[in-house]
Design a protein around this ligand. Structure first.
Ligand code: G3H
Ligand code: ZN
Length: 281
């Protein structure tokens, strides 16, 4: 069944556990995430990023309708989240398309501009009954850009600044920059667990980890223990899918039926989902 992201996060926070949110790009991603979560017997978040919408020729509804339809029939609770939204037009489509939550991403702006834009987004989202996440500090690697050096000024989230940001913007959750980076294809990120503990002690909203594909299992487990409640995974599914398809087509150079290789890719993503949920939830 469909549930709200807020419900899942509140329940996970009370249990000092986490919810894993997987980025979906194709119909195969939708089916694989739900199959993998059902196999694990755990709730899950399906999230659609603004970049995924751009890939779908700027249209949200094709992925949203597939996600809603699959979520309604799922054997585990499934929530729909709109991820890394910069466009106000896309933000405004969220409730009508079946999303219960959004991540509004103005982290590229200065502190003052991020706060002003995020507060306006939060006011609007709350009036619509949406749960809203924002980002302070910079989790690098977005849009294929070179990740910021983790020690560059502004690259990490400052606890005192984060406290003021959450209070003044009214957001329900905060994505923090603690050493992870988007789109890593090796699991070599080193998280600043000490900073994470300080952020968690300073803030009274759930914390979100982006770029989790590049973080080793033991550090993800430690991050959840230190206060991360939502773990965002995108690239790991694409690594699983692409690797399986590459292997299949290498072994079957005569193959032309798209169901054969997409099926293999979907299976590989479902196994990755089950594994990650098993480690974290
Ligand atoms: O918002 C999405 C996540 O931060 C995904 O990051 O593709 O590096 O796992 P990732
Ligand atoms: Zn992200």
């Amino acid at each position: 069944p469909i549930v709200t992201t807020g419900e899942l996060i509140t329940r996970a926070a009370a249990a000092r556990s986490a919810v894993v949110a997987f980025n979906i790009v194709t119909l195969e991603h939708v089916e694989a995430v739900i199959a993998g979560a059902e196999e694990a017997g755990s709730p899950v978040v399906l999230q659609v990023s603004e970049n995924a919408v751009k890939f779908r020729h700027g249209r949200l509804l094709p992925l949203a309708r597939a996600a809603v339809s699959a979520a309604e029939r799922a054997a585990v609770p499934v929530a729909l989240h709109l991820d890394h939204v910069q466009s106000d037009d896309l933000l405004r489509q969220a409730p009508g398309a079946g999303f219960s939550s959004v991540m509004y991403d103005a982290a590229r702006l200065s502190y003052a501009e991020n706060l002003t834009a995020t507060r306006a987004a939060a006011d609007w989202a709350h009036a619509q009954g949406l749960w809203i996440e924002a980002e302070l500090g910079q989790v690098g690697g977005k849009d294929g850009r070179v990740p910021l050096d983790a020690h560059e000024p502004g690259a990490r989230t400052d606890p005192a600044e984060a406290r003021a940001f959450v209070t003044d913007s009214g957001v329900d959750a905060l994505a923090v920059a603690v050493g992870s980076s988007h789109a890593m294809t090796t699991r070599t990120a080193a998280l600043d667990q000490d900073l994470l503990k300080r952020l968690s002690a300073t803030l009274d909203v759930p914390l979100v980890l982006h770029g989790s594909s590049g973080v080793p299992d033991d550090q993800l487990v430690a991050a959840v223990a230190a206060g991360i409640t939502k773990v965002n995974i995108g690239t790991a599914l694409n690594i699983a899918m692409t690797g399986a398809i590459r292997e299949f087509l290498g072994a079957h150079p005569e193959a032309v039926d798209s169901r054969k290789y997409l099926g293999v890719g979907r299976e590989a993503m479902a196994r990755a989902v089950t594994r990650i949920i098993g480690v974290l939830c």
